[in-house]
Design a protein around this ligand. Structure first.
Ligand SMILES: Cc1ncc(COP(=O)(O)O)c(C=O)c1O
Length: 384
């Protein structure tokens, strides 16, 4: 029955994406021969400097901001750290309270936990059963000490898209800075900083068909930020350190591609995701969808199989399908992800959760095959 190619079908695009060949081609020149330091004033600095400037324009155009509002970083984790610690430190004279949510990536949760250990207060907002934040909860959490709200654009596990525009209205009316972790959204839904109304926004190269080791932070003109790294003056002193020219060129090209193909890509990913979903649903019982039925990333499919242990399911399908679990088993103890826990997904379902995510390169054959493999494995585990 399972007789497909030698490599498992990749359905984990929310974890990372392969490099787009056009991105690889753009980077090639800066692997060799253009090795220069963009800060060098001599001949060898010229091409790398121009390339970094071009990438800054490409990213800015994609996000609908000015190139001077882009800070290149090493990853989404770094962008989140820079945004949250940077604003907190810069505004600590005004207040010490941060609002975030229970379903953020650890790259936000752990930053807030760190700040809490260092004199700040943080409110972690709950979500409903679809993983959606209630804007009224944001309003209720605001106090006169609140300096920053950080709410993710879309969740990496279940794909729920948050009402950032509405949260932005609250933030603006109270003079509070708003950051969003948009690591998961570029190329899937429009990411326009002006339409969203955010002051800071995080993106990562490797979720967008660019390489690992590069990210960016949108920092709205006029917002003061305390850098977390101190050194020479690169990135206007916001992120000193010699630029990752190869990665930055890749991120720039990836943004240009995403700007060109956003809608087409999103439609394709959604068609593949829905085909996968219906294929599985037709062949197994007791399966439920996590995440918002509509306000959800077009590529993300978090499914819970009642009574199944996700680790066992991943073992079964591993040679054929690459996916992630929503629960991890350590020394016989199953830990449910903090996202599913916040959504109050009952344990007997949450323990059997798979996160499947499609991408630009996912094919119809991939999802038809994967649906069959997953359904067979669930049915076999249930009857064993
Ligand atoms: C929403 C979100 N934020 C932040 C990160 C961290 O990204 P990185 O590991 O590139 O720093 C991820 C990665 O999965 C993510 O999904």
């Amino acid at each position: 029955m399972k007789n497909r190619a030698q490599y498992p079908v990749y359905l984990d695009f929310n974890a990372t994406t392969p490099l787009d060949p056009v991105v690889v081609e753009a980077m090639q020149e800066f692997i060799s021969p253009e090795f220069g330091n963009p800060s060098s004033t001599h001949f060898y600095g010229i091409a790398p400097r121009r390339a970094v400037n071009k990438a800054r324009r490409q990213v800015a155009e994609f996000l609908n901001c000015s190139p001077s509002e882009i800070v290149f970083t090493g990853c989404a984790t770094e962008s989140n750290n820079l945004a949250i610690k940077g604003i907190s430190m810069a505004l600590k004279h005004r207040g010490n309270h941060i609002i975030t949510t229970l379903i953020e990536h650890p790259a936000v949760l752990e930053v807030c936990a760190y700040l809490r250990r260092n004199g700040f207060e943080a409110s972690f907002l709950p979500v409903d059963e679809h993983g959606l934040v209630d804007v009224r909860d944001v309003e209720r959490a605001v106090c006169e000490r609140t300096i920053l709200i950080s709410v993710m654009h879309a969740n990496n596990e279940v794909g729920t898209i948050q009402p950032i525009e509405e949260i932005a209205e609250i933030a603006r009316s109270r003079g509070i800075i708003l950051h969003t972790d948009a690591a998961q959204t570029p190329g899937k839904v429009p990411v326009d900083v002006k339409a969203l109304g955010v002051d800071l926004l995080t993106i990562a190269g490797h979720k967008l068909y660019a390489p690992k080791g590069v990210g960016a932070l949108y920092l709205r003109e006029g917002i003061g930020l305390e850098p977390i790294l101190h050194g020479a003056g690169q990135e206007r002193g916001m992120r000193p350190g010699t630029e990752n020219v190869i990665g930055i060129v890749g991120l720039g090209m990836a943004c240009e591609l995403a700007a060109q193909n956003n809608e087409q890509d999103a439609r394709h990913m959604q068609t593949m995701r829905d085909l996968l979903h219906t294929g599985i649903e037709k062949a197994v019982r007791d399966v439920r969808l996590n995440g918002h039925p509509e306000k959800r990333l077009p590529n993300t499919l978090s499914l819970s199989f009642r009574g199944i242990e996700a680790g066992r399911l991943l073992e079964e399908i591993g040679p054929y399908v690459a996916a992630s679990a929503g629960a991890a088993c350590h020394s016989g103890e199953v830990t449910i992800s903090h996202v599913l826990a916040a959504m109050q997904v009952p344990g007997e379902w949450a323990r059997g959760t798979l996160r499947l995510s499609t991408g630009r390169t996912t094919t119809r054959e991939d999802v038809i095959f994967a649906a069959r493999v997953i359904a067979d494995a669930v049915n076999a585990l249930r009857s064993s």
